[in-house]
Design a protein around this ligand. Structure first.
Ligand code: GDP
Ligand code: MG
Length: 443
């Protein structure tokens, strides 16, 4: 099958790039240009015509990438045309007339590249992360993974597991030839070392995932304290409705922000209060859940929120900043409870002390985003596989210690497989769909 898709962004643009990959690429080039193949990998000016009636669609640049030294490993071509919807539609429509050609699915070019051994799964994911990166720190992380340090580390650990496995298998195959005791000792210490190294990668405070997905901040507080006003201020647009009517915000409203290059997902929630309204009560439940899962909570109160001590105790255990809003109305509470919190007094109305609040948020973020590691876990998928690997290694150690080598070997194989799933050195058909579906079309 030959696939094609617009690989540049949709909408008006100076130039749009339509990419083609597959065995019929040569045919598409010759039928659209009515000329032979241009020199490989050299930008060549050509006229592009409709296959059916020779009508000139556009004039642009053609680049021909013969397989296997192309992105996907197959024959590929790029048609650089003027970035108009009509031009791109006409190019797509005429390519579709060639037998065995269809529009690419999301991520399909990269999926083929993986299947043809051009890239591993981690690299494929990092390409997707690079495309969707919005902040500098996200771009840097994607590039770090793309350069392959994480893959190298996981492959190295896997090789070491395979080495242990070969020793255990030798033990099974030649039970009477006792293996030298140094080898058996090595098996134990090596397994322990590998487990420790994996544990170290797992104990990363989820930096990689936070960078990829954004640091989660929940704004919670009593009704009318100014939570939605704060969300709007920080995101510099009217994301949420602000009103003096208590109970205005019911759903969770999220905004993705870039605070000095750090990605943040800020959620505004329903004000916490006793409510008879069914929908509002649901919103309050969601608010509490958001707070529970947040990396940082901004508790917003106002001078009139007299009874906030009980409220505060709800969130006491979580990392939070107490934001006392509307200080333009005066604030004279002397409350011991407040002392326990990192507190900032602001007025959104008068734009007072908001810089202090942002500084405080940044201070919290910066500590969480610092990692000197080159090996990152960026997805739950990696974490789950590493955890499974450790679990299998624990089982292996138990069985190995009672010399049940057959079963121990099986646990070791499972551990190796879990590790292999991360980079993609095993049969990974089952996980391919879920990974490449996150891509955009044309990648
Ligand atoms: N005086 C004063 N009013 C504010 C301030 N911030 C927000 N408000 C008002 O307080 C009301 C409730 O705000 P809103 O953001 O909807 O509160 P929420 O229910 O916590 O989301 C609105 O009428 C806002 O205009 C402030 O700093 N000072
Ligand atoms: Mg609100």
């Amino acid at each position: 099958m030959t696939i094609y898709a617009l690989s540049s962004g949709p909408g008006l643009a100076g130039i749009s790039v339509v990419r083609v990959s597959g065995p019929n690429t040569r045919k598409i080039i010759s039928e659209l240009t009515k000329k032979g193949l241009p020199e490989p990998r050299v930008a060549t000016r050509r006229k592009f015509n409709k296959i059916e009636d020779n009508d000139l669609i556009d004039e642009g640049i053609l680049i021909w990438f013969p397989g296997p030294s192309s992105y996907t490993g197959e024959d590929m071509a790029e048609f650089h045309v003027h970035g108009s919807k009509a031009v791109v539609d006409a190019i797509h429509s005429t390519i579709s007339k060639v037998d065995g050609c269809r529009l690419a699915e999301p991520g399909e070019f990269t999926k083929i590249a993986f299947q043809n051994g051009k890239i591993n799964l981690l690299k494929a994911e990092s390409i997707s992360d690079l495309i969707s990166s919005e902040t500098e720190i996200q771009r840097k992380q994607a590039m770090k993974i793309m350069t392959g340090k994480s893959s190298d580390k996981f492959n190295f650990l896997r090789k070491r597991l395979l080495k242990i496995l070969s020793n255990i298998e030798a033990k099974i195959d030649f039970p009477e030839d006792d293996l030298p005791s140094t080898i058996l000792k090595n098996i134990n210490s090596e397994t322990k070392n590998i487990k420790q190294e994996i544990q170290k990668i797992l104990n990363d405070q989820k930096v990689g995932e936070r960078i990829r997905e954004g640091f989660k901040i929940a704004i919670v507080g009593p009704a009318n304290a100014g939570k939605s006003s704060l969300l709007n201020y920080l995101s510099q647009r009217d994301v949420a409705i602000v009103s003096e009517i208590a109970g205005t915000t019911r759903d969770v409203i999220e905004a993705h922000l870039n605070i000095d290059g750090l990605p943040v997902v800020l959620s505004d929630t329903a004000g916490i209060r006793e409510s008879k309204d069914d929908i509002e009560r649901k919103g309050i439940k969601l608010a509490l859940e958001k707070a529970e899962n947040a990396d940082l909570i901004l508790i917003v109160i106002e001078p009139k929120s007299i009874d906030f001590t009980e409220f505060l105790s709800n969130f006491g255990s979580k990392k939070s900043i107490l934001v006392i809003n509307k200080i333009d109305l005066g604030f004279d509470h002397n409350n011991n409870e407040i002392e326990k919190y990192e507190t900032v007094k602001i007025s959104i109305k008068q734009e007072k002390n908001l810089d202090k609040l942002i500084k405080l948020i940044k201070k919290n973020l910066t500590n969480k985003f610092i990692s000197h590691e080159d090996v990152f876990i960026t997805r739950q998928r990696h974490r789950t596989n590493l955890e499974k690997c450790v679990e299998h290694l624990n089982n292996f150690e138990k069985k190995n210690s009672i010399e049940d080598f057959d079963k121990a070997a099986e646990d070791l194989r499972l551990a190796t497989r879990s590790l292999g799933m991360i980079v993609g050195n095993v049969d990974v058909e089952e996980i391919l769909g879920s990974i490449f579906n996150d891509f955009c079309i044309g990648k």
